[in-house]
Design a protein around this ligand. Structure first.
Ligand code: UD1
Ligand code: CA
Length: 481
């Protein structure tokens, strides 16, 4: 016995997607962490394909560049002129002359398709020993889609495009999702017989079904368990509806695996994100890219985390974070901005109106209020006072600041890099430090204070301040008598 032949996958992605009205090809529009094409490739990987071919055409260079990033193993095939879906598949199969067995063909714009559904389609197709099987769905509004025309016994007779359909066929609400399984040898034969005798003058892949049926090759329909999976995307309004459907699907799955989502309608989680049980996500939060959150952490309300790692039990409140690592039990926010290279140790704190970049905070280190921390290493248990600025940029170069373990930096300080505050050192509030402070010393650069007596009465006569001062002075005089 020979081994079961590997399957082949063909994804059709040569079209422009005119109604998107975009400089970006339709299949490259993003949807919760992947492009439309990326979603289709993920779902179709369930086919266990030996070879995956993507037909590119419109802005092929952009689509190919994307493919080499997200799916370097696939074979792009150029369809220079988009003469129809049948033409596209014919060209694709020329790149796989040796392939036999089952080929799965998918439109590039059906991002909600599940891998399980692709697997079930293949199973139905192969167990029925058919020439072709189409994924169909019953929809409320079939406008623009190909209709499934069944014969008297309920079998598939042919697929008819809307623009070529009679009023009677247009009334059918069972549609072609643009996802198919074929027997490769039968498909090659049928493709060679395609005509362009239709309203668009194109080679329709869908005509393959009628051609096969007419020569007695069994063809069939597999009805999608969830019609939403078959939804295509033709304009930005449809893209937004797909995004909302995918958001709900993603949120449902996380809630079922133990994540609390307080307001699923305003919580957007990319399909690439990883969450542990007992994470809590509060209203209006976005978790994007390669973000991961460990057990018991609370994110939000109003937080956006991009490519951010959050440790167990941390709290990230009203924060924008990109490329940061938040340690276990650390607290961030409200109104914090964590930028790439931020690494917060266990129980570290970044408080209100603090911006960090390339900044490492040791365990229990605190930057509680109104600070900029750029290019810095802050030791464990150090405390950075309100309004401290790490001046890391001299207009040409960036330099590093080191603050040692349990150092204490007073409020309204400028640390002018490169500089080091050694462990256990203090910096007096209001200092501008550029020489470094040795361990255990106090660094202070403040000018001595001078009070100019009677200044307000002389320089600001008649103001509320002058009046208040006059009353206070009179009270002091009275008390002194
Ligand atoms: C196609 C089906 C229709 C089905 C619908 C589902 C045909 C003839 N019709 O219609 O029955 O209901 O999908 O969405 O197949 N493409 C190419 N090269 C081409 C033409 C298209 O790569 O020459 C690609 C497009 O980029 C797209 C996919 O094929 O990803 C489908 O093309 P589209 O023009 O959207 O087909 P429809 O007319 O919508
Ligand atoms: Ca379409």
């Amino acid at each position: 016995m020979s081994q079961a032949p590997l399957r082949t996958v063909v994804v059709l992605a040569a079209g422009e997607g005119k109604r998107m009205k975009s400089a970006t090809p339709k299949v490259l529009h993003p949807l919760l962490g992947r492009t439309l094409l990326g979603h289709v490739l993920t779902a179709s990987s369930a086919a266990g394909a030996g070879q995956t071919i993507v037909v590119v055409g419109h802005k092929a260079d952009l689509v190919e560049a994307h493919l080499s990033e997200v799916a370097p193993g696939v074979t792009p095939v150029l369809q220079a002129q988009q003469n129809g879906t049948g033409h596209a598949v014919r060209i694709a199969l020329e790149a796989a002359p040796e392939a036999t067995g089952t080929v799965v063909v998918l439109n590039g714009d059906v991002p909600l398709l599940r891998a399980e559904t692709v697997a079930s389609l293949i199973e139905a197709h192969e167990s029925g020993a058919r020439g072709a099987t189409v994924l169909a769905a019953e929809v409320g509004d079939p406008t623009g889609l190909g209709r499934i025309v069944r014969d008297a016994s309920g079998g598939l007779e042919r697929i008819v495009e809307e623009r070529d359909a009679s009023a009677e066929v247009r009334a059918i609400r069972e549609i072609n999702a643009g996802i198919y399984a074929f027997d490769l040898a039968s498909l090659r034969e049928a493709l060679s017989k395609l005509s362009t005798d239709n309203d668009q003058g194109e080679e329709y892949l869908t005509d393959v079904f009628g051609i096969m049926a007419s020569v007695g090759h069994p063809v069939g329909v597999f009805v999608a368990p969830d019609a939403d999976e078959t939804l295509g995307c033709n304009d930005r309004a449809e893209l937004a509806s797909l995004r909302a459907l995918l958001r709900d699907r993603v949120n449902q799955a996380w809630m079922r695996s133990g994540v609390s989502i307080l307001d699923p309608a305003t919580t957007w989680i990319d399909v690439t994100v990883a969450l542990e049980p007992d994470v809590e996500i509060d209203q209006n939060s976005q978790l994007l890219g390669a973000t991961s959150v460990a057990a018991g952490a609370i994110i939000g309300p109003d937080s956006t985390l991009i490519d951010t790692t959050v440790g167990a039990g941390a709290v990230v409140l009203r924060t924008h974070s990109i490329g940061a690592e938040v340690g276990p039990e650390a607290t961030v926010g409200p109104f914090s901005f964590l930028r790439p290279g931020t690494r917060l140790g266990r129980k570290a704190k970044v408080g209100g109106f603090v911006e960090t970049k390339n900044a490492e905070l040791g365990d229990g280190a605190k930057v509680p209020h109104l600070s900029y921390v750029g290019d810095a290493t802050i030791g464990a248990k150090a405390n950075i006072g309100a309004g401290t600025i790490f001046a890391n940029y001299d207009g040409v170069n960036k330099s590093h600041t080191t603050v040692g373990e349990a150092a204490f930096v007073g409020s309204d300080t400028v640390l002018i890099a490169p500089v080091e505050i050694e462990p256990g050192a203090y910096v007096a509030a209001g200092s501008a430090i550029q020489k470094g402070v040795p361990a255990g010393s106090l660094g202070v650069t403040r000018a001595p204070q001078r009070n100019v007596e009677g200044w307000v009465a002389r320089k600001r006569p008649g103001t509320v301040s002058a009046a208040a001062a006059e009353r206070a002075l009179a009270e002091k005089d009275a008390a002194a008598e």
